[in-house]
Design a protein around this ligand. Sequence first.
Ligand code: NAD
Length: 471
Amino acid sequence: MNFETGYSMLIDGALATGDAQIEVINPANGQIFATAPDCSPEQLDIAVAAARRAFRTWRAVPIGERHACLRKAGDILEANAEQLARLFTREQGRPTDGALSEIGIAVAWLRAYAAMIPPTHVIDNGDGQRVETSYVPLGAVCAISPWNFPVNLSIWKIAPALAAGNTIVLKPSPFTPLCMLKIGELLKDVFPAGVLNIISGGDALGPLMTAHPGFAKISFTGSTATGRRVMESAAKDLKRLTLELGGNDAAIVMPDVDLDDVAQKIFFGAFFNSAQICVATKRLYVHDSIYDGLRDRLAAIAQTVKLGDGSEQGTNLGPMQNRRQFERVSALIEDARDAGLTLVEGPTGPDTGGYFIPVTIIDNPPEDSAVVQEEAFGPVLPMMRFHDLDEVIDRANASEYGLAGAVWSKDIDQAVAVARRLETGTVWINQNLVLRPDTPFAGHKQSGIGVENGMDGMLEYMVPQSIYVPL
Ligand code: NAD
């Protein structure tokens, strides 16, 4: 298969091009390097009709056979990982090692859901009555994913939805459609026609999908602002909904840490993927007694970063994925500069027309500054001093978001006690960015509704059915 050109949608088991195309830009140089189909409303109708038709038979396929299809999909992705990773770097910007790890994670998720079987509960089996509750699939699922982890966050929907017996129409972000379109082509014959549909298009396509009456459920990952619009749209016909939204994650660094040991890990958790991660550390609270030491270490690491085109050997961090995000993050940094805050900056990127932003650490900004309060989603990290544990937990929780957080301390019992007081769906202790397919991932507050991953994630694509049998 040629990964360099010829990007088609997968609709009802066949490859489909569009009458119109959207342009795809390489963020390392700002140049258009490919086009992808712009799905028409008629093609969307065909995809939804195909998904609904395929649902009738796919839901009845024994789960072991559905699992086998997912395993096969995982094997095919694994066999094509290097070519997918190269394409990933061109459309997303992340250096190729990180791109390869994304494909590896997608494979792991497919394999994990290829072993998950939803439970059946026998509630009563006594005198005169057998009552049993099992879980049944919902129907055709509308799946919408963002540009920061375009493969993983799509597979996180495809794997549980299909394992549970649903069918799916997935739309990747218009900024990063190519890998998922190639994955659709790779998996064309793995699932029966209509079970897996992958479409692409511009800004108009998402709202058309969420308003489409043929879908039983929407699974959306993206910003909180868009999540609100998706929820409004779903309300019209009460579609089931899973929303994985934004985050402004706090990390709390206690005074007993080994600074040399934690600095590198904290840096990674804040800046990997050029900080375009929903669960990146976005607010770093450091105990006053170690603040200067950690700031100086992070500043020293920042100087070692090679910012550049991810396809070049030795690049550590790539560009912002798109111009809109580049402008947003640049404006936040300007705002901090205008406010007279102290900025620690890493090396600049190459002069190629790419969307490069140097690693930027903001030295102890006020709590109410924009760079602390807003989700930056770019390589700008505010680090703040704290003196008192109760006070810092309040500051960490004073956010509309509640996605994840981290506690760094040698005193594990105390760290766990702090973790329990954080209002977030995930908390890491002395680590970050670790997620597992068997463990629920759920946003608290305005970071989301519902769950991805684990059996809870699979049950989001199912509904309980209780059967009463007289004995
Ligand atoms: P976005 O909300 O702009 O777009 C996400 C997707 O929604 C894209 O495919 C887009 O085309 C589509 N879309 C846009 N408007 C729509 C509408 N009105 N109706 C339906 N679909 C629409 O988000 P983004 O900029 O691509 O991604 C960054 C955001 O995603 C950040 O806020 C980040 O924190 C969040 N995110 C969350 C998670 C999580 O699991 N919680 C994971 C990754 C990213």
